[in-house]
Design a protein around this ligand. Structure first.
Ligand SMILES: Cc1cc2nc3c(=O)[nH]c(=O)nc-3n(C[C@H](O)[C@H](O)[C@H](O)COP(=O)(O)OP(=O)(O)OC[C@H]3O[C@@H](n4cnc5c(N)ncnc54)[C@H](O)[C@@H]3O)c2cc1C
Ligand code: SF4
Length: 512
């Protein structure tokens, strides 16, 4: 009996039980298969660093398995007999190697899981599905629970903290006396503390990049192929994590919402790519932070704030995704239909915050959470851009973008297209928020305090336009009652001028 074990590009988990005794098999009866296929490079236009990083990491992973004595079959993008999709290649391998059954790990994306569920029928072989052994919440149990009612993130996260005994005492109460330190974690960064250096990697991937280009794969952004900055092996990912823990974690909490032109990453971890392709396990990241807390080097507020992102938000968005797909991908409760402005693709806008966040994303494939949520996402929401377009942009532009995590964050959290399944209110903000949390407004063509007039910041009039056009749905939401009260006490003339300014900006959106 010959078995084929399929490893997808985001399943590079060397600690999976497949590779541990007694599951592990070095006999020639088991063939581990990895494949680079056009169906994956082309379902959306990806950032060049994402395609490069995933393929480089897959090649490295295949080499590591081979060095450990396992039999590996690797299909490169440019191989002449590459059928360029999973089913075509599997069909070919079944006859080439006389495969009698296939094993695979559960796919994280609905698109792939549904395709692979059809594979036994399409290929005429049995396929055994095993857990990817990466996530901390059980996918089946939580999807069933959330299919009925989605719990609020806060309570979902507290349950996981108790289940895994993370930052709780023997009575299951939170260490430090509080579950949530968000209030302490919202400071603007004014030049201090000193910014840490981003962990320096500089792998030369130019050969792989030429191969990708010779296959005419469409990508966006800078490839950085000669000086590739993202971790593509487990040892690089571990060194990257250790660097973050030692140099940036102590200040992560307080400045996690801050933005500055002086730094891409501030005190953020930059580990999402390594986590999402499974070079790192979420529990080892959480444990590394807790060790620092136990050693007295990091405050409870920062430790909790960091753990919340991984044990809380990351697991939570995955649970919402799996409970609510495929309908989630079509939700558009605010009926937003506008195309994304053209400058989302090149950063050529006079709005400094957007210019900075988009240019940085094109150059690095990275933006931190608040740049994604309160700058690019916020603008698309206020302007009424179509969630399908916004989703495609986020799925393309970030190195860490995989649909299970990208879509709930984009369509749910940032565009409120799910009507509040994921969050209790839209993340809509005016220039006052951006100015409070960043230094972008200082050097902007527009003036952050103005609502109308030639130099008025577009975020201001669009903010009120958004609330005015959705008042029927949103004004009853107690969490945004204050906004509507402020709108109510503005003079009629002020409201008219503000709405007229927004209309003017929307009519000329590509020129902003
Ligand atoms: C519109 C939008 C789209 C997003 N798309 C993606 C995406 O495609 N892929 C992705 O991994 N994250 C996405 N996020 C979440 C978050 O912005 C990134 O995980 C984070 O910026 C990655 O950088 P970091 O590793 O420096 O994160 P840090 O701020 O240092 O946080 C540490 C880790 O926590 C996890 N995390 C933090 N916030 C979230 C969140 N909201 N959802 C899930 N995990 C979280 C990530 O794994 C991250 O690496 C998106 C957020 C928004 C608002
Ligand atoms: S003034 Fe407005 S457009 Fe300019 S940086 Fe500030 S928020 Fe952005």
């Amino acid at each position: 009996m010959r078995r084929l074990r399929l490893i997808l590009g985001d399943q590079l988990n060397i600690n999976h039980s497949w590779f541990r005794e007694p599951e592990r098999s070095t006999s020639s009866d088991v063939i581990y298969v990895l494949m680079e296929v056009r169906s994956e490079t082309d379902y959306v236009v990806h950032h060049a660093q994402k395609v490069l990083g995933i393929f480089a990491a897959m090649r490295g992973f295949a080499n590591a398995l081979e060095s450990a004595g396992l039999k590996v079959h690797y299909i490169r993008l440019s191989d002449a007999d590459n059928q360029q999709d999973f089913i075509g290649n599997l069909r070919q391998l079944i006859s080439q190697f006389g495969i009698t059954y296939i094993e695979r790990q559960q796919a994280d994306e609905y698109r792939l899981e549904s395709l692979l569920l059809k594979a036994p029928e399409l290929l005429g072989v049995d396929i055994r599905v095993v857990d990817s052994e990466h996530f901390l919440a059980n996918r089946t149990a939580i999807s069933q629970q959330f299919a009925v009612k989605v719990q609020r993130m806060e309570f979902f996260y507290r349950d996981l903290r108790k289940q895994y005994q993370i930052l709780v005492d023997e009575k299951n109460q939170p260490l430090g006396g509080r579950w949530n330190y968000d209030q302490e974690n919202r400071k603007r960064w004014n030049g201090k503390p000193h910014l840490p250096e981003w962990y320096k990697l500089s792998e030369d991937l130019s050969e792989l990049w030429h191969e990708i280009q010779s296959c005419n794969v469409r990508t966006l952004g800078k490839s950085q192929a000669e000086d590739f900055p993202w971790p593509i092996t487990r040892s690089q990912a571990k060194a990257w994590l250790a660097h973050f823990i030692a140099h940036a974690l102590p200040d992560f909490g307080e400045f996690q919402d801050a933005m500055t032109i002086a730094s891409t990453k501030l005190f953020h971890a930059g580990i999402s790519f390594a986590l999402n392709i499974k070079l790192l396990h979420p529990m080892e990241v959480i444990q590394a932070a807790i060790n620092e807390f136990n050693a007295g080097r990091v405050s409870i507020a920062t430790t909790e704030g960091f753990v919340r992102q991984i044990l809380g938000w990351r697991e939570f968005v995955r649970a919402v995704y799996w409970a609510r797909m495929p309908t989630y991908s079509q939700l558009n409760v605010l009926r937003h239909e506008r195309p994304l402005p053209s400058w989302y693709w090149d950063g050529a806008t006079k709005m400094n915050c957007l210019h900075h966040a988009i240019s940085q994303s094109l150059n690095t494939g990275y933006a931190h959470h608040i740049q994604r949520l309160m700058v690019t996402g916020n603008f698309a929401l206020l302007a009424g851009c179509a969630p399908d377009e916004v989703d495609a942009w986020y799925l393309g532009i970030y190195v860490d973008a995989f649909e299970w995590v990208e879509m709930p964050n984009t369509r749910g959290m940032s565009q409120y297209a799910d009507g509040g399944i994921l969050g209790s209110k839209p993340y809509a903000g005016s220039a006052s928020y951006i100015n409070k949390m960043s230094d972008y407004c200082k050097n902007c063509h527009y003036q952050h305090k103005l609502r109308h007039g030639e130099k008025a910041c577009p975020f201001n009039s669009l903010y009120w336009h958004f609330h005015a056009r959705h008042s029927e749905r949103l004004s009853k939401n107690p969490r945004i009652g204050m906004t509507y009260r402020l709108w109510g006490i503005m003079t009629t003339q002020e409201r008219q001028k503000t709405l007229a300014q927004a209309e003017l900006y929307l009519a000329n959106i590509d020129e902003l």
